[in-house]
Design a protein around this ligand. Structure first.
Ligand code: SAM
Length: 216
């Protein structure tokens, strides 16, 4: 699964900043929840549009991605500019190391996985957050009428839209459930984000934005 993902994303990032260099709306919204100068983790950072924005805003940012292409691009863009930004090629599921963070910004990543991996990913992210730290999560929603239901449904609300790439569409109830044990939800809302799909067409994604504080 991970090898396929790596190959898929390396191929997509062959063309560099495929969604443009501006930060996602959710990265700008995240700033309301991260304390000035705090340590932020950006897992699945892609080519760095959000991690570089957060570093420029003044946070101390560690960011990683499974795609070497994405990290090469991000590192070159950051060279000599962002001293408070560190990039690494690394899997989301790699649990080596003991550093914990004040905040995590997990944008448009968790919906790429099947149920078991989504659970593992959230529990791993929780282990990387300090108590009282804030997780910002964005993911695709069942309200995204232009994308929901395309392809074969392989798990509830999970569709194979492109070859080797599943998309899970979250309901509000599912978000409430996955955060119920370890977090207090501070904000949960739908928002729109313009994005290019693999064919180059521009699409508008209807995404959840969740800000949640780790309570224990
Ligand atoms: C939809 S993109 C989002 C990128 C970035 N968060 C953004 O919003 O620009 C999903 C990202 O997850 C990364 N990814 C997928 N599987 C991964 C894994 N197992 N470990 C680390 N990164 C992974 C991909 O390489 C890709 O950069």
């Amino acid at each position: 699964m991970t090898t396929d993902m790596k190959a898929y994303w390396n191929e997509r990032f062959e063309n560099g900043a495929i969604w443009g260099t501006e930060a996602c709306p959710s990265a700008q919204m995240a700033v309301d929840y991260f304390k000035d100068g705090s340590a932020i983790l950006v897992p699945g950072c892609g080519y760095g549009r959000n991690s570089s924005y957060l570093a420029k805003t003044g946070y101390v940012v560690d960011a990683y991605d499974i795609s070497e292409k994405a990290i090469d691009f991000a590192s070159q863009e950051a060279a000599g500019v962002n001293r408070n930004l560190r990039y690494e090629v690394r899997s989301l599921f790699d649990s080596a190391g003991s550093k914990v963070y004040d905040g995590i910004y997990l944008s448009n990543v968790i919906h790429l996985f099947l149920r078991e991996e989504r659970e593992m990913l959230l529990s791993h992210m929780t282990s990387l957050l300090k108590p009282g730290g804030v997780l910002i999560l964005t993911c695709i929603s069942v309200s995204d009428a232009s994308n929901y239901g395309h392809g074969v449904e392989i798990e509830p609300h999970t569709f194979m839209k492109h070859e080797n790439k599943s998309l899970h569409f979250y309901t509000e109830e599912e978000l409430d459930e996955i955060f119920s044990d370890d977090y207090q939800i501070l904000e949960k809302k739908l928002h729109e984000q313009m994005e290019k799909d693999p064919s180059g067409d521009v699409e508008t994604l209807k995404l959840w934005f969740v800000a949640a504080r780790k309570i224990k």
